[in-house]
Ligand binder design. Structure first.
Ligand code: FES
Ligand SMILES: [Fe+2]
Length: 374
């Protein structure tokens, strides 16, 4: 049997650079900064839109807005995952107004131009009478799309670096978690009245855990974080599960193990914030993924999915609610303090405050963010 190498982890506190402070107020309240983020980050970087299991069959699709652009993400008849702008090539009409479903072709609701799942225009009533009109010139506009460990990422920029290059620091790191195979048992959407960066900063430290998360702190000591990625677009590490077998309401495992986890991996929960809109939390028996969608400087839509091993679903020991309830409670505790932060930061009295040694990852996340907007 193959054993899984455990990466060398460093304690968070040792990597802390003194003098790091929270971001200035404008980064949390300014519509100008928000517009810049949409332009320089969400229109240029690889952003998470979902998981391949959401569109398991040819013809399955979902619609997602990225940087103000509505995109259709689908699986074509050959099984390939593709994305197109949700814009008709005739007079520009929005093609799909719903959120997800199944299609054999994409038909515009206005004059019934029809596109194949590969984006080619296959039907355009009366257009054959137009001299020189060639359907081949009017395919849907495609969007760059790539898969990483089964997760679907899109990039709106022309000439963007390939995803494999950008994600090279993570290559092979999560292979034993079986992420491409997993299926979501539940998605909860949260509408949070806080800037999206506050969500990242909150996720990246457990300094707040003793006061904000009494139940979480009983299972995983707040000061047990050991990080192996301490600078750049991928950050994080693991925390120890000191009591019970997983982070659930009962403390028991609630499903088959998700990955081929060995030894100490059974007592760890692994947290990685992935710039700019993914929070990846891996527990022995489930994987939780948050997708962050900034809607305004003070509002963020968050999709949270709970993924399980595909074979876990039909077993009698499958208790997904044990995990879902636990994190729904913990998520809401986090969103509440993020909303309080947003309110305080909007005050004229706010000044950047000093990060503690237990907040080296939020400080690193801020540095990475500033590299993209400044
Ligand atoms: S706008 Fe789509 S068919 Fe006319
Ligand atoms: Fe928290």
């Amino acid at each position: 049997m193959q054993t899984i190498p455990i990466p060398a982890f460093r304690r968070t506190a040792e990597t802390f650079a003194a003098g790091a402070k929270t971001l200035e107020q404008k980064y949390f309240v300014s519509p100008g900064v928000f517009a810049q983020e949409q332009e320089k980050i969400f229109s240029k970087k690889w952003v998470l839109v979902g998981h391949q299991s959401q569109i398991a069959k040819g013809g399955d699709y979902f619609v997602q807005e990225v940087a103000g652009e509505s995109l259709i993400v689908l699986r074509d008849k050959d099984g390939r995952v593709r994305s197109f702008y949700n814009v008709c090539r005739h007079r520009g009409t929005r093609l799909r107004g719903d959120q997800n479903g199944h299609l054999s072709a994409i038909q515009c609701p206005y004059h019934a131009w029809t596109y194949g799942l590969d984006g080619r225009l296959i039907g355009a009533p009366h257009m054959d009478d137009v001299e020189g009109f060639d359907k081949a010139d009017y395919s849907l506009h495609a969007v760059n799309l790539a898969l990483w460990e089964g997760f679907i990422f899109v990039n709106l920029a022309d000439g963007s670096l390939p995803l494999e290059k950008v994600f090279a620091p993570l290559a092979g790191r999560f292979s034993h978690w079986n992420l491409p195979k997993l299926r979501s048992a539940k998605r909860i959407e949260y509408d949070v009245r806080a800037n999206w960066k506050l969500i990242f900063e909150n996720y990246s430290e457990c300094y707040h855990c003793p006061g904000v998360h009494p139940a979480l702190s009983k299972l995983t000591p707040y000061d047990s974080a050991e990080n192996d990625l301490c600078e750049g677009p991928f950050l994080g590490g693991f925390m120890r599960i000191a009591k019970g077998n997983s982070l659930t309401m009962t403390g028991n495992s609630c499903a088959l193990p998700v990955g081929d986890i060995k030894g100490e991996g059974h007592n760890r929960v692994v947290y990685y914030p992935i710039f700019p809109n993914m929070l990846l939390s891996m527990h022995p028996d489930y994987v939780m993924v948050h997708q962050l969608w900034p809607k305004s400087p003070e509002r963020t839509l968050i999709f949270c999915d709970w993924f399980f091993h595909p074979e876990a679903f039909d077993r009698t020991d499958f208790h997904p609610n044990d995990a879902i309830e636990f994190w729904d409670m913990t998520n809401r505790q986090d969103w509440h303090v993020c909303e309080l932060s947003q309110q305080g930061i909007a005050s004229r009295a706010y000044r950047p405050g000093p990060y503690s040694p237990r907040e080296s990852i939020p400080a690193a996340w801020d540095r990475e963010y500033l590299r993209h907007v400044e």
